[in-house]
Design a protein around this ligand. Structure first.
Ligand SMILES: [Zn+2]
Length: 130
């Protein structure tokens, strides 16, 4: 097992959201390293659930982070002005919650959170029951 405390971020490929998400997770969850799995609009991708190849690829990479790095937390991200999942904040939050429910089915024993990155690139936590 690798040394240090790892978390896993399922983030958008958008360059504007990488450091905000990594820094938020490191400072709020006492993590040393964040493994990052990127897609274009992963909240929409997981919420739609129709691209089984990409979903399998995401799941494979989550498994590597969990098994090789002992990741303690999985975070699923949606953000303002997303080119991969365009839409209102309300729709994107809805997609985050739907995606979280899918991840919780895949990994019922794991700690899984949603994150929203706003127009100022500030990160906030989204709960399933919000
Ligand atoms: Zn995006």
């Amino acid at each position: 097992m690798a040394e240090g405390k790892f978390g896993t971020a399922i983030n958008c490929m958008d360059g504007r959201v990488q450091l905000p998400v990594i820094n938020f997770l490191k400072s709020n969850y006492a993590l040393d390293y964040i493994d990052v799995i990127t897609e274009a609009g992963p909240n929409g991708l997981l919420a739609r659930g129709d691209d089984t190849n990409k979903m399998a690829s995401i799941r494979d990479r989550i498994d590597i982070s969990l098994n090789a790095h002992g990741s303690r937390l999985i975070a699923l991200v949606g953000h303002y002005d997303c080119a991969g999942n365009p839409g209102s904040k309300e729709k994107q939050i809805e997609d985050i919650i739907t995606a979280l429910k899918k991840l919780m089915e895949w990994y019922p024993e794991r700690n899984i959170i949603g994150l929203w990155v706003d127009e100022n690139w500030q990160v906030s936590k989204i709960s399933v029951d919000s």
